[in-house]
Design a protein around this ligand. Structure first.
Ligand code: PLP
Length: 405
């Protein structure tokens, strides 16, 4: 039996397999002294747009920038609010606030952890009013609700047909937070075809943070869209508001994707389909290994979804004890995320209370992310399964013992 550690994520191993190709990117950048913009960035933008089935892709500095620039380019700011979910990384709402808008939350589906379209409908019908110009006004904030950002959490698409149907009815823009969903697919019933994450909404944001399914060796992100005007604006915003050097139409940001990262991402993009496939196989093996354990809830994948399992997230009763037991066996885990955004100190000003989003709050106390990365061995997976099953049974036995005393 393999007695070594099972890390939560092994990037060293992943990069080791393609080290020569990655190093040659650095060499190429050094020899051409092309570090910002240039052909490596343009090539990668085209490759990633093709991968996502979109017309445009605009490389930026991070996933957070991608979200922020989308909102700014779409004119969403002062006086606006944007609906999203509370169980996401804070970048989603930072982008909303930093564009000048306010975040509003709706709860998630308890099986997929993604935005519950029914809850979005309830919010729009019961907590908003439509004025005579057709503007949707939130009663909570008094702001005009202008957009929805569903987050494709853990690598699985939100139910986009349902969300887009509502958005059309209320004239809201839909932007995808696809920062965890490179290559995920969604079966659109309205179009009767599979669609790639990032090609469904008006625009989408991807992160290439090193640990993402497609990760840079530093910070990077990208916007995908089919909207030519939006693409043009984002190209300017990411580069100090200039389309031509030193001719600034607007104030922008220093938010470009650098050439070395783009070159690295081009190399890694070729492997992404294989890596995602490995993740799906690991997920299937975890599902099988944990299927008979009633106290462990495994991820739910609807028929209309092909998840790329950025994270493999289970729910357990006694999370702290389970984490400790796994750590003792050298198995790394994570929690994504322990505190829903509406209960974070940073958002105390929004006035939400515990109990406002019960599904998100309950999940936050129970979710546990298991080791998941493409090169994970079958032996390591078996170790995780056995250790987890033992841990939940031991902690359950301890609880019963306490109760019966
Ligand atoms: C990673 C992530 C982001 C932010 O991406 P960065 O590249 O780290 O700025 C945004 N949203 C979600 C859901 C993420 O997981």
């Amino acid at each position: 039996m393999n007695k070594g550690k099972v890390s939560f994520l092994d990037l060293v191993g992943l990069h080791g397999e393609i080290e020569k190709e990655l190093v040659s990117v650095f060499e190429k950048a050094l020899k051409t002294a092309s570090f910002i913009g240039g052909p490596m960035v343009e090539d990668f933008e085209q490759e990633f747009a093709a991968y996502c089935d979109t017309r445009y892709a605009i490389g930026v500095n991070s996933g957070t920038d991608a979200l922020r620039f989308i909102l700014i380019a779409a004119g969403i700011g002062e006086g606006c609010s944007v609906v999203t979910v509370a169980n996401t990384f804070i970048a989603t709402t930072e982008a909303i606030s930093q564009a000048g808008a306010l975040p509003e939350f709706v709860d998630v589906d308890e099986r997929t952890y993604n935005m519950d379209a029914g809850k979005l409908r309830d919010f729009l019908e019961q907590e908003c009013s439509v004025d005579d110009k057709g503007k949707v006004i939130s009663r909570r904030t008094g702001r005009v609700v202008t957009a929805v950002i569903p987050v494709h959490l853990y690598g699985q698409c939100a139910d986009m047909d349902a969300i887009q149907g509502l958005a059309e009815r209320y004239n809201l823009k839909v932007f995808e937070d696809a920062c965890q969903a490179h290559g995920a697919e969604y079966f659109s019933k309205s179009e009767n075809r599979w669609r790639k994450a990032g090609s469904i909404g008006k625009a989408a944001a991807f992160s290439f943070y090193p640990g993402k399914n497609l990760g840079a060796c530093g910070e990077a992100g990208i916007v995908t869209t089919n909207d030519e005007q939006l693409a043009k604006k984002i190209r300017m915003i990411r580069d100090h508001g200039q389309a031509k050097k030193y001719y600034h139409d607007v104030e922008g940001y220093n938010g470009r994707l650098d050439a070395i990262q783009a070159g690295i991402l081009s190399v890694k993009l070729k492997y992404l389909p294989t890596w995602n496939q490995s993740r799906r196989e690991h997920a299937r093996r975890y599902n099988e290994g944990l299927a008979s354990e009633m106290s462990i809830a495994t991820p739910y994948e609807p028929a209309w979804s092909k998840s790329v399992f950025h994270l493999y997230v289970v729910q357990v009763e006694n999370r702290e004890a389970t984490i400790q037991a796994l750590a003792t066996e050298g198995i790394g885990t994570g929690i994504h995320y322990p505190i829903p955004l509406h209960l974070q100190k940073a958002y105390s000003n929004l006035g939400y209370q515990p109990g406002d989003f019960p599904i998100s709050e309950r999940a936050a106390g129970r979710i546990l992310s298991l080791p998941m990365f493409p090169a994970m061995s079958q032996a390591d997976q078996e170790r995780v399964v056995h250790a987890l099953v033992r841990a939940v049974n031991d902690t359950a036995a301890q609880c019963t013992a306490v109760v019966s005393n």
